[in-house]
Design a protein around this ligand. Structure first.
Ligand SMILES: C[C@](O)(CO)[C@H](O)COP(=O)(O)OP(=O)(O)OC[C@H]1O[C@@H](n2ccc(N)nc2=O)[C@H](O)[C@@H]1O
Ligand SMILES: Nc1ncnc2c1ncn2[C@@H]1O[C@H](COP(=O)(O)OP(=O)(O)OP(=O)(O)O)[C@@H](O)[C@H]1O
Length: 299
């Protein structure tokens, strides 16, 4: 009985993502913003212990998947500068494939909207969407916990997108507690520079001793992004973007950069800020989301 209920649920979740006559299904991969990011320590293996609030936003990549009869995994529109075998979507499919009950393959197409190397978790979210979608399409049906553990092998942010809700995140990015955030809009600036995440974490100037805080009673206004001073010193254009945006409210970098954002009380306020962005900068509005649209793809 349980398995019948389960397969009915799985089918109904997939019904929201119907296949085209050619067999492609489109799935969303939302971006995130780090409302703050504290570095509270470093593990023996070099990875850093973080505390952060991860916020889902409505800027999305689209991942199209088409099932194959053989065990091939093929990327049909590789991203410029990324070897298809290194693309996180292909790596996610390869990681899940051994868990499929029968021979399974997939064709993949990716439409990018999330700026690459922007600190908005685009590659990680693409990977999470592939893991969640194939969990159902291939009838793997791993638990959310197992899928999160698998996702961590691909990147520190992947477990968050599989978790599927806004979260207070700890550890190296794998420990998370649901954290409710108010609905709001963000004005985001993309300084059009690429920041290397490993280079920031390796930088001698990075402080790694911010005291640990508790989620209860958390005051986001009293927090910061510890990676920001290092990123700014490596890329002065981030400082220019922060300075411009701070005319409108407190401005902060997300993740390891390079995007920066300010929180706006209304959509019209966010639209106004973005309409004023000077020509040499790129800006966009993002709205907060409460839930990942694929959160029902794992139990
Ligand atoms: C800083 C964040 O953007 C916060 O959202 C992420 O934790 C970074 O996630 P990511 O870009 O997916 O990065 P990963 O591919 O997992 O890690 C890239 C590199 O960053 C460093 N790294 C990453 C995460 C972490 N907790 N400690 C680290 O020291 C490591 O050198 C690692 O090799
Ligand atoms: N599907 C993918 N989308 C984007 N980047 C990918 C993908 N697959 C592999 N990559 C590689 O990962 C790098 C980082 O991309 P991503 O857009 O996830 O960075 P980011 O937003 O700064 O990540 P984070 O917020 O996790 O620090 C890219 O420069 C690219 O080489």
């Amino acid at each position: 009985m349980a398995s019948v209920t389960h397969s009915v649920l799985a089918a109904s979740a997939l019904d929201h993502f119907p296949a085209t006559p050619q067999g492609w299904r489109s799935f969303p991969a939302p971006a995130k913003l780090n409302l703050f990011l504290h570095v509270i320590g470093r593990r023996a293996d070099g990875y850093h212990l973080l505390q952060s609030v991860f916020q889902l936003v409505d800027l999305k990549d689209t991942i199209e998947l088409r099932l194959r009869d053989d065990d091939g995994i093929e990327h049909h529109n590789p991203l410029p500068g990324v070897n298809p075998e290194d693309d996180l979507t292909v790596r996610a499919a390869r990681l899940l494939q051994p868990f499929a009950p029968i021979t399974c393959g997939v064709d993949i197409r990716v439409t990018k909207r999330i700026p690459m190397g922007g600190g908005m978790g685009g590659g990680s979210s693409d990977a999470a969407t592939v893991l969640l979608a194939l969990n159902r399409l291939w009838n793997v049906n791993l638990s959310r916990k197992s899928l999160m553990e698998l996702g961590l092998k691909l990147g520190a942010d992947v477990p968050f997108f599989i978790f599927g809700r806004n979260a207070f995140v700890e550890g190296v990015g794998e420990i998370m507690t649901a954290y409710d955030t108010p609905d709001c809009w963000f004005a985001v600036l993309h300084p059009q520079v690429h920041v290397s995440t490993p280079a920031i974490f390796k930088d001698e100037r990075l402080t790694r001793d911010t005291p640990s805080i508790k989620m209860r009673g958390l005051n986001v206004a009293a927090t910061r992004n510890d990676l920001q001073p290092v990123a700014v010193s490596q890329q002065p254009r981030i400082a220019e973007s922060l300075e411009w945006l701070s005319q409108f409210g407190p401005a902060r970098m997300t993740g390891s950069g390079s995007c920066v954002f300010t929180i706006c009380a209304s959509q019209s306020e966010a639209d106004r800020v973005v309409s004023l962005v000077p020509e040499e900068m790129t800006g966009f509005v993002a709205r907060s989301l409460q839930k990942h649209e694929l959160s029902e793809f794992a139990d």
